[in-house]
Design a binder for this molecule. Structure first.
Ligand code: NDP
Length: 419
């Protein structure tokens, strides 16, 4: 799989009216540009990569008031002017798009949202007005994006079973595609998406944000630098209660839309991270699944999945996902000289990295986790614009879907299977 290069310690940051890390900001509120500059400066100060300290490691406070002295930011690269950034169309205005992705464009240097695609015209109009996005499409007229030269990249943020269709339609319309995880619900769909990208001569990336999240990136750098010796074991637990009262969880409970249960939704973080940290592909998979009988949430999708991956180097990864436990999103890496613990490892905003070595446990400081979204978006724009390799291409998404299918097969057959 592609390697994850070290993070930049000083990725520039800014925001435009209409964008906020924590939700909507109505355009016209005074001094937002100044506030964004101050926020960027605060992030720069918080970016002491690589230092270990016994502090709480809390995310540095981001000033909410406009800074009276924005000049220091001029020492850092400014974002490209809007016309020079790649234009992104966001498909599906759900919880993740509105809560994390749209606001993250405020921190992007190379990418700007220029179009929205939604089945709900009123919502699209409202969100478009707030963010200054005028190009609005529905699912029926989606193919009209072909005639919209402002759109370079289409970001598919729909229920899993819709990823393949909209990714392929976008590729056929001549657009590059960034697709949410899991890439699709079947191996065959992933292969069709990759073929469509090849046929169109366009890029296809999968939104594995951990590859851009500062604590994950720092842990990978430390592992590669030998700070815990040779990696021997990886462990991860990802869980949360599936909540049928939440609209975003309603399709997740339906196999036809979700493709699978906790494994497809959150176990995939552990699976992809095990591959990212080992830099290897597993050779054997063994798994067991337990779904509590009688719980209506699990009429169609599985609850608890425990799976073991064996890697050629001898590393063993033991991972679990569940839809019935309270929130967990952690991993641990055990090496011959020490251990790294990320807990949480895959939160949107607050991750923590601990190094345990020589009978000492220290917290490793990294830049704010929130930057992961703008970094993954700009990372794809950068790959598109430069033609360089992307950290998480479609082939990476295909491997995970193939492995998840192997995990299900192993659980069904009650024996280890070749990966
Ligand atoms: P939501 O249900 O909140 O949003 C999905 C959106 O898709 C809806 O709001 C709707 O938007 C559109 N949609 C179109 N058809 C349907 C349909 N039949 N049923 C439901 N929605 C439909 O889900 P999320 O935002 O939580 O998840 C969307 C995708 O993002 C998933 O693939 C998920 O795995 C991924 N995700 C990734 C995360 C990450 O950390 N990388 C975190 C969370 C989600 P509209 O009304 O505009 O048409």
């Amino acid at each position: 799989m592609p390697s994850t290069p070290p993070s930049s310690a000083s990725t520039p940051s800014t925001a435009r009216p209409g964008f906020s890390r924590r939700g909507f900001v109505i355009a016209g509120a005074g001094g937002l540009a100044g506030a964004a500059l101050a926020a960027g400066a605060a992030r720069a100060q918080g970016g002491a990569q690589g230092s270990a300290q016994d502090t709480t490691g809390a995310t540095p406070a981001v000033p909410t008031q406009p800074s009276a002295r924005p000049m220091p930011m001029l020492e850092r690269p400014l974002p490209e002017p809007r016309g020079k950034r790649l234009g992104w169309a966001l498909v599906g205005l759900g919880k993740f798009t509105l809560g994390e992705i749209l606001p993250a464009f405020g921190d992007c240097r190379l990418s700007a949202p220029v179009a929205l695609v939604s089945g709900s015209p009123d919502k699209a109009r409202d969100i478009g007005a707030r963010y200054g996005i005028r190009a609005l499409y529905g699912y029926q007229d989606f193919d009209r994006i072909r005639d919209d030269p402002a759109i370079d990249v289409v970001y598919v943020i729909l229920p899993n079973a819709m990823h393949a269709e909209y990714a392929i339609r976008a590729l056929r319309a001549g657009k590059h595609v960034f697709c949410e995880k899991p890439m699709a619900v079947s191996v065959e769909e992933c292969e069709r998406m990759i073929r469509a990208a090849e046929d169109a001569g366009r890029r296809l990336g999968v939104a594995y944000r951990a590859h851009f999240e500062p604590h994950n990136v720092r842990a990978l750098e430390m592992l590669r630098a030998g700070e815990i010796g040779t990696l021997r074991r990886f462990e991860s637990m990802h869980g949360r209660p599936l909540d049928p009262s939440e609209p975003a969880d309603q399709w997740r409970a339906k196999r036809a839309l979700a493709g699978g249960g906790s494994l497809y939704d959150i176990g995939i973080y552990a699976l992809n991270a095990a591959r990212m940290f080992t830099g290897e592909e597993p050779t054997e998979v063994s798994a067991s699944i337990h779904t509590p009988p009688g719980d209506p949430r699990f009429a169609e999708v599985e609850d608890l999945v425990s799976f073991r991956l064996r890697f050629p180097s001898g590393v063993i990864a033991d991972c679990s996902s569940s839809y019935s436990i309270q929130e967990q999103k952690n991993y641990q890496l055990y090496g011959t000289k020490g251990a790294l613990r990320l807990d949480p490892a895959t939160d949107y905003h607050r991750n923590t990295l601990m190094l345990k070595a020589e009978k000492r446990e220290v917290q490793i400081q990294a830049e704010p986790a929130s930057l992961q979204f703008s970094r993954e978006i700009d990372g794809f724009s950068e790959a598109v614009a430069s033609g360089r390799e992307h950290r998480t291409p479609g082939e990476d998404g295909l491997r995970d879907v193939r492995l998840m299918q192997a995990i299900y097969r192993s659980a069904r057959e009650g024996r280890p299977v070749k990966a």
